[in-house]
Design a protein around this ligand. Structure first.
Ligand code: SF4
Ligand code: SF4
Length: 340
């Protein structure tokens, strides 16, 4: 969450931003305008990749300030996604029947798909032995809301986050978050917003890691080299990489070392599609070329949005794209490695 007291107007955040070309003075003056609640050029160019959260040396969270100001000023991203945001607000104000709950065994945790549809995840995901017997929920009332910041809806987590946490608490179960943003709402945003989270929760990676540790004899090592496409929420919690690397090691997958990795990772290009299609395509092509130049045999995604956005370009380039749960299913022999 933006903390003005931590900002010394050094300008590092916007000097390092890949999507503008500001020198230190320009970057500092842009930040000053935003801090004064005024319009600034960056609001039209920021694709909400969240990278400046990590670029800032003082932890001031400039990405959050920019997203707030995009919402306030009606930036191109905000205008492009207005119908989505209006529909989410309507859900919380007037209710929604877009809810699915599949009851599971009483002693097993619940798997939350946030507001994604099941079809946005690979076919057969719920048939996997990894998730057998779990209660499964999805729908608007379980929406993480954190991702709405990419669409000009930064304020929604504050407005409705407590209701989402309450809806999950009503299940009376431990929650496993399939999507990063759901986990971030419980693990980071709730604390920032003073919302109590009255249940235990796990990130999908934590759950998968525990599963593989307990079922090591069922693993068929994949012996593949892969590139990894993090989603923007990883910036808030880069430590999740440790869990992912342990999963990769257990299932015999090597993560290639490449240019667009860690702090230098590229956004999938999704939000940019609404403000600058050419820019978005350029981001995707660079990302895929970098993966292939470094001998990746597949691109691993962890977010249904990144997965949808990148699919055409990885297919055109001939780079298989695999969602993390499907990669894990491959290591269990439930599905086959894709044929190029
Ligand atoms: S969120 Fe990304 S695009 Fe926006 S200013 Fe920060 S680094 Fe640049
Ligand atoms: S938000 Fe951080 S990086 Fe940006 S100007 Fe302020 S202190 Fe510097």
């Amino acid at each position: 969450m933006w903390d003005a007291l931590k900002c010394d107007l050094c300008g590092d955040c916007l000097v390092k931003c890949r999507y503008v070309d500001y020198d230190k003075d320009r970057a500092a003056s842009e930040m000053k305008l935003l801090m004064e609640g005024k319009a600034a050029d960056i609001l039209d160019h920021c694709i909400t990749c969240n990278a400046c959260f990590q670029y800032c040396p003082t932890g001031a969270d400039p990405a959050n300030l920019i997203c707030r100001m995009q919402e306030k000023m009606g930036s191109p991203i905000t205008v492009g996604f207005k119908p989505v945001i209006n529909s989410v607000v309507k859900t919380f104000e007037q209710g929604s029947r877009d809810i699915q709950v599949i009851e599971g065994d009483p002693d097993k945790p619940a798997l939350s798909f946030d507001s994604f549809t099941f079809a946005q995840f690979p076919a057969g995901t719920l048939e996997s032995r990894m998730f057998k017997g779990m209660t499964v929920v999805r729908g608007r009332k379980y929406a993480s809301l954190v991702g709405m910041a990419h669409m000009g809806g930064e304020s929604l987590a504050e407005k409705y986050g407590r209701r989402v946490i309450d809806s999950l608490a009503e299940l009376g179960k431990e929650i496993v978050y399939m999507h990063n943003e759901g986990y971030i709402l419980a693990h980071i945003k709730a604390r920032e917003l003073g919302i109590e989270v009255p249940y235990k929760y796990l990130h999908l990676f934590e759950y998968l890691l525990d599963y593989f540790k307990e079922n090591q004899r069922d693993i068929k090592k994949l012996k593949k080299m892969v590139a990894y496409q993090p989603n923007c929420a990883v910036r808030w919690f880069p430590e999740q990489d440790i869990w992912l690397n342990e999963i990769f090691e257990l299932i015999g997958v090597e993560r290639v070392s490449r240019t667009y990795e860690g702090v230098n990772a590229l956004c999938c290009g999704g939000p940019a599609l609404f403000v600058n299609n050419e820019l978005s395509m350029g981001i995707q092509k660079n990302n895929i070329r970098d993966a292939m130049d470094n001998h990746a045999e597949a691109m691993i995604t962890i977010c249904p949005m990144c997965d949808t956005v990148l699919r055409d370009q990885t297919a055109k380039a001939g780079l298989p794209q695999i969602f993390i749960t499907d990669l894990c299913r491959m290591a269990l022999g439930e599905v086959s490695w894709p044929v190029r």
